[in-house]
Design a protein around this ligand. Structure first.
Ligand code: ATP
Length: 264
């Protein structure tokens, strides 16, 4: 299933996850199988409730599947988490308002016991990576929403996690800011060669960013299409006007329609 020539980092086989709720069982994931190769940028797109976040949380070891198997670097997700295999970026930047940007990025490093000099070096490096050098001593409220989200990405990068799991990180931002962050994220991905799992509701965002697009559908949450992108790795924003891009966006839209009647 994995067409990438890179080794497989995340392998999910026939995953099932049913939540038991007061209103009865909710089948959040059904028979989900997927290989993610090292260095891939994989987007998960689908209507609300199709299990995107649940799948990401299973990869991160934050949710336990009720059936099937999943491995991350040959380990269980829980073991992978303990070996600091991934960083997690949420929809809200989730920065502590009483800590500076540098202080927020340092927090996981403090908890993990990195020494002071190493912490300082890492904070400097990741701030450069997200183009926030000079903002270390500012507080979150002094930064725009887009900058806060970049700081949150920097925090996830600070301990060299090989895998970055991002749950709609730019969903709350306006389109121009989002375009800019998409460009920056692609550049960062090219520089760092991270493996990225990215949840989005936006077709253009998924098509612009991904090497692989996973289309999901709800009730029960399942994968309805997996598309390996034919687009080149170098992607200026105006690639979105190219026939290849538009064709790919159509295929994603068709996949969403099939899984969800006519509403997306
Ligand atoms: N902890 C939980 N307990 C019970 N049900 C849950 C839990 N987490 C998720 N669900 C349910 O599982 C289904 C999938 O939810 P999930 O959040 O993964 O979807 P999603 O595709 O990420 O949706 P959205 O795009 O709205 O964020 C939904 O029906 C949701 O209500």
């Amino acid at each position: 299933m994995n067409k990438s020539t890179q080794p497989v980092v995340i392998q999910a086989k026939n995953l099932d996850l049913t939540f038991q709720t007061n209103d009865g069982p909710v089948h959040a994931l059904k028979d989900v199988s997927l290989d993610i190769g090292k260095g891939e940028f994989v987007s998960f797109i689908g209507p609300s409730g199709c299990g995107k976040t649940t799948f990401l949380r299973v990869m991160a070891g934050l949710e336990t599947p009720t059936g099937g198997e999943i491995s991350v670097n040959g380990m269980t997700p829980d073991e992978a988490r303990k070996s600091r295999a991934y960083g997690y970026v949420f929809q809200a930047a989730g920065l502590y308002p009483w800590r500076t940007i540098g202080g927020n990025i340092r927090l996981p490093l403090e908890i993990m016991g990195y020494d002071k000099a190493d912490q300082a070096e890492r904070v400097k490096r990741v701030l450069e990576l997200v183009e926030l050098s000079g903002f270390e001593k500012k507080f979150p409220w002094q930064l725009s929403g887009g900058m806060q989200q970049r700081a949150s990405i920097a925090r996830a990068l600070a301990f060299d996690a090989e895998i970055l799991l991002m749950d709609e990180p730019f969903g709350a931002l306006d389109e121009i800011v989002r375009d800019h962050l998409n460009e920056q994220l692609l550049a960062l991905w090219a520089r760092t060669k991270k493996t990225i799992g990215f949840v989005t509701h936006s077709i253009p965002e998924a098509v612009y960013l991904s090497t692989k697009i996973v289309v999901m559908s709800p009730r029960p949450g399942r994968i309805s299409d997996v598309i390996d992108s034919p687009l080149p790795p170098e992607r200026p924003l105006d690639i979105r006007d190219s026939p290849e891009f538009i064709e790919l966006a159509h295929r994603v839209r068709d996949g969403l329609r099939e899984g969800h009647g006519d509403a997306v």
